[in-house]
Design a protein around this ligand. Structure first.
Ligand SMILES: Nc1ncnc2c1ncn2[C@@H]1O[C@H](COP(=O)(O)OP(=O)(O)OP(=O)(O)O)[C@@H](O)[C@H]1O
Ligand SMILES: O=C(O)C1=C[C@@H](O)[C@@H](O)[C@H](O)C1
Ligand SMILES: [Mg+2]
Length: 176
């Protein structure tokens, strides 16, 4: 395996990028990073604070700046991207140039249940929403973002992802 192999997980908020990313990193013995956490560390601000103080436009600039830095690291890792990251500032091209992108394609009903069950406070996109509004918001995000997510080198569909399945997809991709 290449010693600077980068795997970047992409998908809607709640699709399980952080959860599966940690599992994958453990299985591959790679370090795990979360782009949102790296942004918070770099700018010493929590994501909701960045949105409320500076707006989404500035957040997207900070996100691209942080992504560029992470992609320049000459090491292997698993990175959970932000949900919107691939869809702004040509970030999908940046990711595909340096890394293996993996799209976690999860049914919207499942994501909606997960978001309802977990804390939505840390997700500014879904602040104050009930289940009906969450599913509508997810549908609209999916429609806007699908053309970016579909550019991923690997797509995993379903509700539960196995590291073994991803390994075989990775090996197939690296061989060809
Ligand atoms: N396979 C799964 N089955 C059931 N619940 C899951 C699964 N994967 C993740 N979850 C739960 O769904 C919620 C969202 O998962 P997670 O935070 O990993 O998603 P995410 O894609 O990183 O979201 P975000 O874009 O907001 O960071 C969490 O509460 C997590 O525990
Ligand atoms: O889907 C999105 O646009 C976002 C997802 C989160 O990961 C954060 O990057 C931020 O809350 C924006
Ligand atoms: Mg996450």
């Amino acid at each position: 395996m290449k010693n600077d192999l980068k795997v970047v997980l992409i998908g809607l908020p709640g699709s399980g990028k952080s959860t599966f990313g940690r599992q994958l990193a453990l299985a591959l013995h790679f370090p795990y990073y979360d782009l949102d956490t790296l942004i918070e560390e770099r700018f010493s601000l929590k994501i909701p604070e960045i949105f409320s103080r500076y707006g989404e436009g500035r957040f997207r600039e900070m996100e691209t700046e942080t992504l560029e830095e992470v992609l320049s690291w000459e090491k292997a890792y698993v990175l959970a991207s932000g949900g919107g990251c691939p869809c702004f500032n040509d970030n999908m091209d940046r990711i595909n140039e340096k890394a293996i992108s993996v799209y976690l394609d999860v049914p919207l009903e499942e994501i909606s249940e997960r978001l309802e069950a977990s804390k939505v406070q840390n997700r500014p996109m879904f602040q104050g929403m009930g289940s009906g509004e969450i599913i509508l918001k997810l549908k609209s995000l999916q429609a806007q973002r699908d053309s970016y997510y579909r550019q991923a080198k690997i797509k995993l569909s379903g509700t539960d992802f196995s590291t073994e399945l991803l390994f075989s997809e990775l090996i197939h991709l690296l061989k060809n």
